[in-house]
Design a binder for this molecule. Structure first.
Ligand SMILES: [Zn+2]
Length: 94
């Protein structure tokens, strides 16, 4: 696999550049969310999600793995920064 989820999603939506895709989405104004794509390897399920979504429902994988374009962009800009999946504190972990 040589292309990122962001590139795959951009292609699915019919754009060459993810920024152009987002601008078109915001310009159109009628869609309630932004394009999102399942983060599982080998799954290209996509649908509109909330802009800050990173746990949208994938009907293909039946798991909460659909992330929004904006999250993908943010994840890419944080080179060496915070991990994408933060483990929450587990006070009840016994
Ligand atoms: Zn999936």
């Amino acid at each position: 696999m040589t292309e990122s989820k962001l590139q795959t999603l951009t292609k699915i939506e019919g754009y060459d550049d993810p920024i152009a895709m987002l601008e078109a989405e915001f310009d159109s104004g009628y869609r309630p969310g932004v394009p999102g794509i399942c983060s599982n390897p080998g799954c290209d399920y996509s649908k509109d999600v909330e802009p800050d979504s990173k746990s949208g429902w994938c009907e293909s994988c039946e798991s909460n793995t659909v992330v929004s374009t904006i999250f993908l962009l943010g994840a890419i800009s944080q080179k060496g920064g915070k991990p994408i999946h933060r483990k929450g504190e587990n006070p009840n972990d016994t």
